[in-house]
Design a protein. Structure first.
Length: 116
């Protein structure tokens, strides 16, 4: 576990970089988590994606289907992969808990599909 300082607030992440308390999340925390994941700047489209992922998780306690995310934020069907490369990276930046049962596979390093 590690502590991160985000705009004067300390938050805890686990050893894999996931926020331990989803209620600690805000956009400042997202920006710090993004930098840890190699995303230097979060643009409005990326913020929109991660906010939708958070809302979906709070409602269903599940990872949303990626095309469903893109459709609901009115972005191209591969928006999550285009914005974050790996969907798990977006999940981390959204401050959501580690989901050990969720895995994604890629054949080309750009497009990911849920591995079930």
């Amino acid at each position: 576990m590690a502590q991160l300082e985000c705009a004067g607030k300390n938050v805890t992440i686990d050893n894999d970089g996931f926020l331990t308390n989803i209620d600690d999340w805000n956009e400042d925390v997202a920006r710090v988590l993004a930098k840890r994941e190699g995303v230097d700047e979060l643009d409005d489209h990326q913020i929109e994606i991660i906010k939708f992922m958070r809302e979906y998780y709070k409602k269903f306690q599940a990872f949303p289907i990626l095309n469903y995310v893109c459709k609901n934020v009115h972005q191209p069907k591969n928006c999550v992969s285009e914005a974050f490369v790996n969907p798990i990276k977006a999940w981390k930046i959204a401050g959501l808990p580690q989901a050990s049962h969720i895995n994604f596979e890629t054949v080309d390093g750009e497009h990911y599909v849920l591995d079930i």
